[in-house]
Write a protein that binds this ligand. Structure first.
Ligand code: ADP
Ligand code: MG
Length: 756
């Protein structure tokens, strides 16, 4: 991995390689876990702490507690167990009042030789471990122990023990020793603190070196808690400083002004729009129109409810730029989405998108697609159209970021984000324009405010809250797949819709039994073994053909393996009502618009993510009849339980379903508010999935900060970052902060290059 400091002769202590301080084998084992430099290792925080805690009297033991006890060995015996031929070493200890059993198992008595030698009758020792109950008596199994003789407990014995991420090559204890080697000689103030002193003291936070000591070698719980609070704030602060600075820098650049032009493409498009824009669309549209007309680059995030009409808003902005003589690029995260965007834009534009073809409209432009899977010839054509300016709008995937892609005059970049592009990648397209292009980032579904601030903090935000008038409510029910009566009722509802002029979608996660879809929610091995196999489009279509309730009702299929023409026919038949039931994969998730559709059945709904289900549900209730969404799942039984406190939570008890899939389905039943669903989604998913690689990688990125939990910290950090940067935009007086930001960016670049 290339680091920011490579080639710098005077690299300071933090940039020194670990090979300089540790044995080669240790350094190699650590590198495999992540840390390469001294700085990396100091920031390689314990995952949790085991608290041997205070000594518990034997009478006070509770099952499940992690305890430390001190006692004298009364009896010790080694024997072979009858059942498995194992060796069992059993020790009974006593304190002043009570007795307790310690048990150790091994395959041979040799493995327990040390135990046997040390834990003899009369030996006084401490033991620590988790309390198990066996036949009413408490015992520890394989406790840690140490002989104490007559001495008192060493204070070190009671310090919390850090537990580090470890591997077969290096265990947690050895990681701790390596950390101690580099941490030991550090003096207070020797490491430059990215957090300015006044910010730190105003928040009542401890200095950096002290925090590093306390996080790695705490003497009590309060030590690591105050240390983590400080380090967490620092993470938030460095990130916000970076974003605030990016926003300020962007504002300093010059863009080409693309003011709206009367009588152009945009006007022609508006004139034939089959609906009136919502107030929100008009407002945001005016905002964008204004900013595109300025010589300062627009930097905007457009987020909104599913079905709120973001695409139209983005398309209108693109048309304004084309009218002004520029080009627009639309960057999508996957080929499927790129193809769908292309289809949507071409449909909405009609002959306005047929420049150079017979029957084109007067102001027509051309919309093209660039993905990695184009043939060489097609690719050459698209590149020529982009570079020559013939293509007004270019839709594409990552392929758009390639070096060979040039534009005649790129004026607007629209990024269909889906949380998959980092800040840096968004920049890659900017280098393709003579002046900095305007940028509009769209999210597919609403996102919570903390995510917006963490991932898109360099952008101004526009939000579409309302969905177009004429939409009807959608009622959602979770349906147990293994209750025949419920399934019969499900197909009845589909039949009722089909017989009364409506349409019904039936979505299955895969095409046939050989298909292994990639974008499903992962499940653990145990669930995978007990859960019935996934439904497939082809099986379900065959099954529905035999379903009595659906006798005489036309059933079509739609999935990714059907070729273009057949796909269009299947879809046209469904739209016209000739075939009112469509069994499909998630190809219907985005962009499919049939106002008569009133029923959405999603099979194996437990394997779909929240935003995906919310998108699918958005396909019904588009006309005047209320929609019905049935989420079918074999996993449904639901007993809310109290989930365990995690390390830093301030609110230790929450009652939610212990099964994430069930919690998702219940949430969808309960609400159609995309912002609320987004919050649950965020809580359930790994932080990295939400924030993208750039914000959740290894050193220098977010290790302690959790956007679900740390909203107050993020907001406070942003306020402080704004204050510092307003006074010192170039960070001349804050070199440590400037360096922390530079390191973060260098790392994000590495990660991007590694993946690209
Ligand atoms: P999303 O914000 O989820 O991306 P879309 O842009 O896909 O939403 O819009 C959803 C559907 O609503 C599209 O079929 C679009 O044509 C339609 N639509 C957009 N704006 C309006 C409006 N103002 N009135 C009626 N329909 C609209
Ligand atoms: Mg959309």
């Amino acid at each position: 991995m290339v680091r920011a400091s490579d080639g710098v002769g005077t690299a300071d202590l933090l940039d020194e390689p670990l090979t300089k301080h540790l044995a080669p084998g240790t350094a190699r084992a650590l590198a495999a876990l992540g840390p390469v430099t001294v700085g990396d290792l100091l920031r390689f925080y314990p995952r949790r702490y085991v608290d041997p805690g205070v000594v518990t009297p034997l009478a006070d033991l509770k099952e499940g507690d992690r305890v430390m006890v001190v006692g004298e060995v009364k009896r010790a015996s080694m024997r072979r167990t009858a059942a498995q031929g194992k060796t069992l070493f059993e020790v009974v200890i006593a304190d002043a009042h009570d007795e307790m059993r310690m048990v150790f198992f091994a395959n041979s008595s040799r493995a327990l030789g040390y135990h046997h030698k040390v834990l003899q009758r009369g030996c006084r020792a401490w033991f620590s471990g988790v309390v198990h109950a066996r036949r009413g008596a408490m015992e520890l199994r394989h406790p840690k122990f140490e002989e104490m003789g007559d001495r008192d407990l060493d204070p070190r014995d009671t310090w919390p023990k850090p537990v580090y991420p470890a591997s077969a090559a290096i265990d947690s204890g050895a990681v701790g020793k390596a950390v101690a080697t580099v941490l030991g000689p550090l003096h207070p103030g020797e490491v430059d603190d990215p957090l300015p002193d006044d910010v730190r003291t105003a928040r009542g936070l401890i200095p950096l070196v002290q925090a590093l000591r306390q996080v790695h070698e705490p003497h009590c719980e309060a030590d690591w808690r105050t240390a983590r609070a400080r380090l967490r704030f620092e993470e938030a602060f460095v990130l916000q400083a970076e974003l605030v600075r990016r926003r300020a820098q962007a504002a300093d650049h010059v863009a080409t002004a693309r003011p709206a032009r009367a009588g152009g493409l945009l006007d022609a498009f508006d004139a034939r729009l089959p609906f009136t824009l919502t107030d929100g669309q008009r407002q945001v549209g005016a905002e964008l129109a204004h900013e595109l007309g300025l010589a300062t680059p627009m930097q905007r995030l457009l987020q909104g409810e599913v079905g709120s009409g973001k695409t139209v808003v983005a398309l209108r902005a693109m048309l304004q730029v084309v009218d002004a003589g520029g080009q627009a690029a639309l960057l999508a995260p996957t080929e499927v989405l790129a193809a769908q965007h292309l289809a949507t834009l071409r449909t909405m534009l009609g002959d306005l998108a047929q420049a150079g073809e017979l029957g084109a409209a007067e102001h027509a432009t051309s919309v093209t697609l660039l993905t990695g899977s184009l043939s060489a010839a097609a690719r050459r054509q698209v590149l020529a159209d982009a570079a020559g300016g013939a293509a007004g709008i270019v839709v594409g995937t990552h392929a758009l970021l390639g070096d060979q892609v040039q534009f005649a005059d790129l004026g607007l970049v629209v990024v269909d984000e889906q949380h998959r592009f980092g800040v840096e990648q968004r920049d890659a397209l900017r280098t393709k324009a003579a002046t900095v292009p305007h940028t509009l980032v769209m999210t597919a579904t609403p996102i919570p405010r903390t995510v917006a601030m963490t991932v898109f903090g360099d952008l101004e935000t526009s939000t579409l809250r309302e969905v177009p008038a004429g939409r009807s409510a959608v009622v959602t029910h979770a349906v147990h797949a293994e209750r025949p009566a419920w399934m019969a009722r499900t197909w009845q509802r589909v039949a009722e819709a089909a017989r009364t002029g409506g349409r019904a979608y039936v979505v299955a996660p895969r095409i046939d039994a050989t298909d292994e879809p990639e974008d499903l929610v992962a499940i653990d091995e145990e669930t995978a073994e007990t859960r019935p196999p996934l439904c497939s489009v082809l099986d379900v279509a065959a099954q529905l053909a035999d379903e009595p309730a659906l006798d005489g009702v036309g059933i079509g299929v739609l999935h990714g393996r059907i070729t273009g023409e057949a796909k269009e026919r299947a879809f046209a038949d469904f739209a016209s009502g000739r075939v009112p039931v469509l069994v499909a994969t998630t190809v219907v998730e985005v962009g499919v618009d049939v106002p008569e559709a009133t029923v959405m059945v999603v099979l194996d709904a437990d394997r779909f993510g929240i935003s995906q289900l919310h998108q699918l549900r958005g396909r019904v209730g588009r006309g005047t009849t209320p929609g019905l969404c049935l989420l079918v799942s074999p996993v449904l039984d639901d007993t809310p339980v109290v989930v365990d406190a995690n390390l830093d939570t301030t609110d230790p008890e929450r009652t939610v379903s212990p099964i994430p899939a069930v919690a998702r389905l219940r949430a969808l039943e309960r609400t159609t508010d995309g912002f609320e669903l987004a919050r649950l989604d965020l809580e359930q998913r790994r932080e990295g999935d939400v924030l993208g690689a750039a914000q959740s990688g290894t050193a220098n990125s977010l290790r302690l900060l959790r956007v679900t939990r740390d909203e107050a910290v993020i907001i406070a950090a942003r306020t402080q970052a704004q204050r510092i940067l307003a006074a010192d935009p170039a960070l001349c007086a804050h070199p440590a902060l400037a360096k922390a930001i530079a390191d973060r960016l260098a790392q994000a670049d590495d990660e991007f290059l590694d993946r690209a």
